[in-house]
Unconditional design. Structure first.
Length: 94
């Protein structure tokens, strides 16, 4: 809702010839964050949910209780790297 209000204010200012750079920058930042949020979809793998974060790290949590492994944060890497880390941790636990 705020994004629509900012876009409307920006459109009104640009039609009057008074374009405020802060409104434009704020609108672009919010649009960018909204676009990133759409690409951050959780992945399920071997009983775990891999949740991508905005800083490119991953939060890994078990899907169900009882937890055989505590939730942890994986460093910035690809989903295949996180899956390999889960496989390694599961092999170490057994």
């Amino acid at each position: 809702m705020k994004l629509a209000n900012l876009a409307a204010a920006e459109a009104q200012m640009s039609s009057q010839g008074n374009r405020d750079p802060t409104v434009t920058a704020t609108t672009q930042a919010q649009t960018s964050r909204a676009a990133q949020a759409k690409h951050l979809t959780p992945v399920r793998y071997r009983g775990f949910v891999l949740i991508p974060q905005a800083d490119l790290t991953w939060v890994v949590r078990p899907e169900r209780s009882p937890m055989t492994m505590l939730p942890f944060r994986a460093p910035a890497s690809s989903v295949q790297d996180v899956q390999a880390l889960i496989d390694w941790k599961l092999n170490q636990a057994s």
